[in-house]
Design a protein around this ligand. Structure first.
Ligand SMILES: O=C(O)CCC(=O)C(=O)O
Length: 164
């Protein structure tokens, strides 16, 4: 949620930084208010094809840092300038109910809300059948661990129900 005229930005990141899931995770980002093009979420086209380890989590508030991030098989984030130069930026204006779908490896960011109205959106994360659970001892964001899940196993449980 961003208030009308909010100067808050979200820095370049991949959702995989925050999640303890390996495999195909899709974020269905759905606009709840009109989103003009100059306030639209920015995506780096093709960045999900990078064959490199996941990045360590960065805090959306860059004056803060996570105390206990997920670390297994993760590397520090490539610097923002390099991300910006390596991939084309794409974005779409949206009306309420429009969805943008991207993977947990897609770099994305969001600019200030330049509109004179509130900008709300909701993200649904869908885990494909290839997804396995990562029992990294660190803390994910949100800090969900599911119930009874084993490292490398399917994440299906009450917290992550199967959708048919
Ligand atoms: O809605 C935004 O401004 C950013 C969304 C985002 O970064 C995400 O859904 O991972």
């Amino acid at each position: 949620m961003k208030a009308a005229g909010s100067r808050n930005i979200v820095p370049w990141h991949e959702d995989a930084m925050y999640l303890r899931m390996n495999g195909t995770v899709l974020n269905f980002w759905i606009a709840l208010d009109p989103v003009p093009i100059d306030s639209a979420v920015l995506f780096k086209r093709g960045s999900h094809h990078r064959d490199v380890p996941k990045s360590l989590a960065i805090h959306f508030d860059q004056s803060k840092a996570y105390a206990d991030p997920l670390t297994r098989d993760r590397v520090p984030l490539t610097d923002f300038e390099s991300i910006d130069q390596s991939f084309e930026t794409v974005r779409w204006a949206a009306e309420p109910g429009d969805a943008v779908v991207f993977t947990q490896r897609t770099f994305h960011a969001s600019p200030p809300n330049n509109a004179s109205h509130i900008r709300r959106a909701i993200g649904f994360l869908l885990l494909a059948d290839d997804v396995t659970f990562d029992a990294d001892p660190g803390t994910s964001d949100p800090p969900f661990r599911g119930e009874g899940l084993v490292d490398g196993g399917a994440p299906q449980c009450a917290s992550f129900p199967r959708i048919r």
